[in-house]
Ligand binder design. Structure first.
Ligand code: GTR
Length: 434
């Protein structure tokens, strides 16, 4: 085995054991996750159309007020409120060139996000078809390991700040290097996307908020030191809300690019970043399409279904992802004033696509489907249709109208097959926009 490979494995093994030693104690108190459908017991779900007094909304004109009620509850109890103050967002173009046999144009921006308290820099890579005319639309999503990992182009910038490892928390040094260049390209089929006429923009999530528990001090949290979650303020933003807020700041920048059509920008994300794209899609209506891939617990999957990752497990492994108040629902999901389907409903009437993978039981594919199914009555009230049936479709079949869904054969990942369904969905919905 070449030395560098050995070194990489050794780093991962050490960090995993570090990770399990810090988490081990607390985690041993948390009941094991269930992955047997026969053992699922689901307590009743809140009806997205039910007002606080139990009466049902029957008129579309009452939805905005109901939506505002859900959004407030969801922020307060799960992701945490983002600050209401604004940050100053500026950008500079630092590099541009062609790649993919000159079929794709690459631009790299450094985005400066600044408040009186602090400033952070985020690298944004932007890929467009190298042909005349505007792209058909733009996909914006965060990546896990740095922009240099999404493609092997040597110009793509390596992150300067924190880059973790497979355990992804607890390690504060930068592990990014040339070795990772292009290593995530299966998740970012840039040639395929741009050849279909779309643009795609991505930034490294750690540039916005390093993914470890530091008491909400670094990254976007450092910009608003008076708005940090604490024992007294248990409803202030965790990392997912921070990443989602960051996506909105990147949206601010995209809207200033001549190749971006403001009505056709989608937010996309996988796994913890799928939880993030769901929340970004709900909070920022400028995203006209929302793609939520393998998002699981804290994403599209219903918390009240005791299948796969639970609230207690996620809050123990990743205490910084949600606001501190979310811990009140550890082994207590039935007490949540909402469930994840209400978040999907808050995107209505904009189209949203939920994707699962058959082997990704930890993320509960059926629960992810049902997160869309139980949001469907809201789409119906607004004059559209969501998912067609309470029963999920067979693997690899894409279903639904304004709520799309598929369950790809295979493991927890985001692959070309997923992107193809997403682009078909975008073709279908963006075509009919004004
Ligand atoms: C897992 C976590 C999931 C999912 C995933 C990821 O360890 O339990 O909720 O978010 O990480 O983001 O890679």
């Amino acid at each position: 085995m070449p030395f560098f490979q050995f070194k990489k494995i050794a780093i991962v093994v050490c960090s995993l054991s570090f990770f399990s030693s810090i988490q081990g104690g607390a985690m041993s108190q948390v009941p094991k996750a269930n992955e047997d459908e026969a053992l699922v017991v689901m307590s009743p779900l809140p009806d997205p159309l039910a007002r606080a007094d139990g009466s049902l909304i029957t008129d579309a004109k009452d939805w905005p007020e109901q939506r505002a009620r859900w959004m407030k509850l969801i922020a307060e109890h799960e992701y945490g409120f983002a600050p209401s103050e604004k940050a100053d967002v500026r950008w500079e173009l630092v590099e541009e060139g062609l790649m993919n046999e000159n079929k794709t144009k690459r631009q790299q921006f450094v985005v400066h996000i600044k408040t009186q308290a602090a400033s952070i820099d985020v690298d944004l890579a932007f890929f467009t078809p190298n042909r005349s005319g505007k792209p058909k639309g733009t996909f914006l999503g965060l990546n896990f390991q740095g922009n240099h990992t999404v493609d092997s182009a040597p110009e793509l910038r390596i992150p300067k700040g924190w880059v973790g490892n497979d355990a992804k928390i607890g390690v504060t040094e930068n592990r990014a290097s040339e070795m990772g260049r292009g290593s995530q390209d299966r998740r970012w089929p840039i040639a395929e996307i741009t050849e279909r006429g779309y643009a795609v923009a991505t930034a490294y999530y750690g540039d916005l908020d390093p993914d470890y528990d530091d008491g909400f001090k670094n990254g976007v949290h450092s910009l608003f030191p008076n708005h940090v979650a604490s024992a007294e303020h248990r409803d202030r933003w965790g990392s997912i809300a921070g990443w989602a807020w960051g996506l909105s700041r990147l949206m601010d920048v995209l809207l200033q690019q001549p190749s971006v059509d403001a009505d056709r920008v989608a937010v996309i994300g996988h796994s913890r970043l799928g939880k993030t794209s769901l929340w970004a899609g709900a909070t920022d209506p400028r995203f006209s399409l929302v793609f939520v891939n393998n998002s699981g617990c804290g994403g599209a999957a219903l918390e009240r279904r005791n299948f796969g990752e639970t609230v207690a497990r996620i809050n123990t492994s990743f205490p910084h992802w949600f606001c501190p108040k979310f811990k009140d629902y550890n082994q207590n999901e039935a007490a949540m004033p909402f469930d994840q389907h209400t978040i999907v409903a808050c995107i209505a009437p904009r189209p949203v696509y939920i994707a699962s993978a058959t082997k990704d039981l930890w993320a509960d594919p059926k629960g992810e489907y049902l997160g869309g199914w139980y949001a469907s009555p809201v789409y119906k009230l607004l004059g559209y249709s969501g998912l067609p049936s309470e029963t999920p479709p067979a693997a690899d079949i894409s279903v639904g109208d304004r709520i799309g869904y598929h369950n790809r054969t295979g493991a927890h990942d985001i692959l070309s097959f997923d992107w193809q369904q997403f682009m078909n969905f975008a073709d279908r919905h963006w075509k009919y926009l004004k």
